[in-house]
Design a protein around this ligand. Sequence first.
Ligand SMILES: CC(C)(COP(=O)(O)OP(=O)(O)OC[C@H]1O[C@@H](n2cnc3c(N)ncnc32)[C@H](O)[C@@H]1OP(=O)(O)O)[C@@H](O)C(=O)NCCC(=O)NCCS
Length: 256
Amino acid sequence: MVLMNLKGLRAEIDSMMARDPAARTRLEFVLLYPGFHALMSHRLAHAAWRRRWRILGRFISQLSRWLTGIEIHPGAKIGRRFFIDHGMGVVIGETAEIGDDVTLYHGVTLGGIAPSVDSGSQVDQKRHPTLKDGVIIGSGAQVLGPITVGEGARVGANAVVVAEVPAGMTVVGIPARIITRDKSEEKKFVAYGTPSGDAPDPVARAIDGLRGQVAELMGRIEELEARLRDKSAGDDASATPPRDKARPTAASGGKG
Ligand SMILES: CC(C)(COP(=O)(O)OP(=O)(O)OC[C@H]1O[C@@H](n2cnc3c(N)ncnc32)[C@H](O)[C@@H]1OP(=O)(O)O)[C@@H](O)C(=O)NCCC(=O)NCCS
C-alpha cells in the first residue's frame, strides 16, 4: 500500500516536473518547490477538514502559508497532479474545486466576488471558481466567483476572469475575453501556458473589419460627391443661356 502510494507520488512529481523546464531532479523538486510542499500540506489539512477538525485544518493551512507563501483553504477540493509553479501569493478559496493536471503560477487568486458584502449569507455557499482538468492559469490572474473554467482552458497572466470560460479556450485581459487558439495544441502542455499556435485577437479582427467598411464608405462618398459635382456642373450649363442669344437686340425691344 505504502509502496503504491510512493509510486503514485513519484508519477505525480514526474508530471509536475514535466511542466517546468527549470526542474532537473526529483530530489530538487521535493526539497525546493513550494508548490509541492503546499500541495502535501493541503492533503493533510483537507483530511482534517473533512473529519470536521476545522481548527486543525486551518492551522495546517496557515503553517503552510507561512512556509510557502501559498494560501489554500483546507475546504478546497483539489484533484491529482496539481502544480503551483513559484507559488508566492497564490490564494485558493474554501469552495474552489480543481480538477486533475491543473497548473497555477504565482499571484493567482481563486476568490469570491464580494466576500465582505453580506458575508453572513455567503457562508457555506459556492462562491469560488471550479477549474476543470488541464486548466492553466497565468501568473497574477484573478478568477472570481462561482464560475467554471472549462477543460484545457488557459487564462493569460494578469487577467481578471468573472465569467465562464469554455473548454479549450484562452482568455486574456480585464475583464478576460476569449482569443482563439489552435485546437491541435489542446492536449499538449506548454510551460507557462503559451501555445505556439496563431491566436488572433477578436477585438483587433473586429477593428480591422470596421476599418475596411469605413474605407469602402469613404470610397462611396467620394463617388457620390463626384457625381454631384458633375450633375451641378451640367445643371449650371443648361441654366445659363448662350451669350449670343442672351444679348438683347433692337428687334426684341431692348434699349438701343
Ligand atoms: C495567454 C497566453 C497563454 C497566450 O499565449 P498565445 O496563445 O501564444 O498568444 P499570443 O502570445 O500569440 O497573443 C495573442 C494576443 O493576445 C495578447 N496577449 C497574450 N497574452 C496576454 C495577456 N496575458 N494579457 C493581455 N493580452 C495578452 C497578445 O498581445 C496578442 O495580441 P495581438 O493579437 O493584438 O497581437 C500567454 O500570453 C500567457 O499569458 N501565459 C501565461 C504566462 C505566465 O503566467 N507566465 C509566468 C511564468 S513564471
